[in-house]
Design a protein around this ligand. Sequence first.
Ligand SMILES: NC(=O)c1ccc[n+]([C@@H]2O[C@H](COP(=O)([O-])OP(=O)(O)OC[C@H]3O[C@@H](n4cnc5c(N)ncnc54)[C@H](O)[C@@H]3O)[C@@H](O)[C@H]2O)c1
Ligand SMILES: [Zn+2]
Length: 350
Amino acid sequence: MKRIRVKAARPYDVYIRRGMLNDAHTMIRALKKDARCMVVTDSNVAPLYLDALADSLGADTGSFIFPAGEQSKTLATFGNILEHMAASGFTRADLVVALGGGVVGDTAGFASACYLRGIDYVQIPTTFLSAIDSSVGGKTAIDLAAGKNLAGAFLQPSLVLIDPDVFQTLPAPVFNEGTAEALKHGVLYDSALFETLATGDFKKDMESVVYRNVELKAAVVQKDERDTGERRMLNLGHTFGHAVEACSGFSLYHGEGVAIGMLMAARISERLGVASPGLSDTIRQALLQNHLPTDCAFDAEALCRAARIDKKRMGDTLTLILIKRIGECVPYDIPVSDLLSVMKMAVGTA
Ligand SMILES: NC(=O)c1ccc[n+]([C@@H]2O[C@H](COP(=O)([O-])OP(=O)(O)OC[C@H]3O[C@@H](n4cnc5c(N)ncnc54)[C@H](O)[C@@H]3O)[C@@H](O)[C@H]2O)c1
Ligand SMILES: [Zn+2]
């Protein structure tokens, strides 16, 4: 078993071990011996993993299951979870257990942050992406009609339990989204991690891959829990990625947008002389080896329109995260008025 202590204002542990789901109750009961638990999960994860977890947690365990998918990350689901907790007579002595991907983790986390002004919750992430990204760091949120993640709160989980064996039931494109975010961590902070992932042949030791990624994410969170500085580095590939996702009418997976966005950031980094030539080829190869897309089907004008809508709260300056070399990135401010020329570099038409 691997353990990472996240030294946030309220510290907590992340445990990583294959097969951990089957004895998650040991760790949860060590945290809160007599708490009643409510497992929040979605309609895809429930038939696969809920019974085993609920049975082991004991008779007093309730559950709340909502339809899988981003379209459930709403005020309505959030409200239903709160009502369910209230109807069950939940108190601050009790515990929410979020069993699922980032949608479950974000929604159940936000409900935990709001119920009785905050009750403890445990994250059991079941996607590669949620294990290395959303389950650690305490950002919780739901979507509003005006955009993604617009209502939320910071509340660190009390415990995170990661069983990499559950990734075996993920559809390949969903697994690959995690790979895109893991490659991002490598590009930002760790060239050895990048090289391991770039081969596309890392699945035999998921425990180690997850461990290194969580270690990197935890280090960023510890430096900048409330997202006012270092945490923005994690946006590498995301400004462009969101624009690509939006242009596709969200038919592209988020991780696919990040993959394309990271390659766009690499091209700009080369063009501006921040990186040496060859960087974007290295990243392209790593994406291809991992069955991630590399081509942006949209022109600079369309991407620019999407990015402006996405960033309507951004003011006159936009901070891009550019790549100096694999393992080292830098924030790079541009005036919003330069966005079109930068987008042209990103798609290779300037
Ligand atoms: N809080 C943060 O810091 C943070 C960071 C990154 C992303 N997010 C959020 O996370 C969400 C994306 O998370 P995600 O990619 O995990 O998506 P998701 O939760 O929608 O899961 C993807 C799909 O996989 C299914 N699934 C989950 N685990 C499974 C398993 N083990 N086997 C089979 N199917 C399984 C789900 O039901 C869903 O259909 C977005 O809403 C995003 O905004 C939050
Ligand atoms: Zn992301």
